[in-house]
Ligand binder design. Structure first.
Ligand code: HEC
Length: 251
């Protein structure tokens, strides 16, 4: 091999390493955004799963509801597959960023733990409201998950709808919710994400809108107590109820 071609070869290898590092970096930002979107959707899917079982959970004539963490998981997995085309029960083979895999798997586990923690109370006969609703599921699961992963995950609401002060929005969340509230589309699948280079973070917001089932608690008459004991906010169908918020660090 001549000296020149050896040098040429070395230059080419260095160039390739540089190129792949560059590509890896570009990918990693996209992967982080995608991870945030997948997490927000999974927490929301857990909320929806609990909501779909609300009639059963609130039925005072029934003792054992059969809503075990495993039953919940089966429904969650099916619903997530329908929404995102991803099988979280077989996460290793899922076509998603590698970094998302352990996080999604753990969020499923923490979601099941929330459902497990309510087993005694949901299986009580003669009680209507047992505290397991989409919002408590969301607040508690997000907190559990955040304790383990240190990934910021929460459900929040605009100040005029806020119930739990721990869910209070920061400035970024307020702005994003304001723009959700003023767009006409009201598309619950329109997840918003933004990279904030000065803070080295990626922010993801998934909007939540009131549907008729939400208004039993968040609707009118404003000020009257709902079944959970909070005062109703006077919300209307289609109003922006809040959002699921994720914040992930950039490398
Ligand atoms: C059974 C009553 C009930 C129903 C039905 C209900 N919520 Fe709530 N919601 C609550 C309670 C109670 C909280 C406070 C939970 C907590 O302490 O974290 C809450 C909190 C929230 C929050 C978190 C922000 C905050 O205020 O702390 C959002 C967002 C929210 N609800 C949206 C909805 C949407 C959207 C629906 C319908 C899909 C819905 N809720 C249905 C009772 C309800």
């Amino acid at each position: 091999m001549s000296r020149l071609s050896l040098r040429g070869w070395i230059v080419m290898v260095i160039w390739c390493i540089g190129l792949s590092a560059g590509v890896a970096y570009a990918n990693s930002e996209m992967e982080i955004v995608e991870t945030g979107r997948l997490l927000a959707t999974l927490l929301d899917t857990g909320r929806v799963t609990v909501g779909l079982n609300q009639g059963l959970l609130n039925d005072p004539s029934k003792g054992d509801k059969g809503f075990t963490p495993e039953v919940f998981e089966t429904q969650l997995v099916a619903l997530y597959k329908k929404r995102r085309g991803i099988d979280v029960s077989n996460i290793q083979d899922a076509p998603i960023p590698e970094m998302a895999k352990p996080l999604l798997a753990r969020l499923v586990e923490e979601s099941k733990k929330t459902v497990a923690s309510y087993q005694t109370v949901i299986n009580l006969k003669g009680v209507k409201y047992k505290g397991l609703i989409p919002a408590t599921f969301g607040t508690e699961t997000a907190k559990r998950f955040q304790n383990w992963s240190h990934v910021y995950l929460k459900q929040t609401a605009p100040d005029h709808f806020l119930r739990n002060p721990k869910n209070k929005a920061d400035a970024f969340e307020k702005n994003a919710m304001q723009s959700f509230a003023t767009t006409d589309t009201h598309d619950p699948k329109a997840i918003f994400s933004q990279t904030i280079p000065e803070e080295k973070t990626v922010r993801v917001m998934l909007p939540l809108y009131y549907d008729p089932a939400c208004l039993n608690c968040h609707g009118g008459p404003k000020g009257e107590r709902d079944i959970s004991g909070y005062r109703k906010e006077g919300g209307k169908e289609g109003d922006l109820a809040g959002a699921i918020s994720v914040k992930l660090p950039l490398p």
